[in-house]
Design a protein around this ligand. Sequence first.
Ligand code: FES
Length: 145
Amino acid sequence: MATTLHFNTSPPFTLPTPKAPTPTLPHLRLRPPPPRRLSLARSHKVVIEHEGKTTELEVEPDETILSKALDSGMDVPHDCKLGVCMTCPARLIGGTVDQSEGMLSDDVVERGYALLCVSYPRSDCRIQTIPEEELLSMQLATAND
Ligand code: FES
């Protein structure tokens, strides 16, 4: 006995036609985010008066004013670069520096004196280098207070 198979014909099979890309409006396009800045801290303008010359430097908040001055070719007195020997004295005429690593007494710092090797700018500054003797005499005077 012969068996007959019957197949139902399915609906015609058609491949979907690819859709044309949807047009996008320019203001709706996604853009990559802007590159991130590695540091939010900005440099400060530091004006140094030294031996009758005025020099303007851009100093990063994490570099000392002495380091930047030396890198810029200034011949500023220095020795230890640790805030100990006091051969890099200066008077802060304007602005703010962080010199918490230095050895100056608080009284001397409050009177506007600074050691350039441990001074990090915290604002735009104006600084005048001074003779070492001036700082030493100020240190002695305030030590006797
Ligand atoms: S270089 Fe010694 S205190 Fe600044």
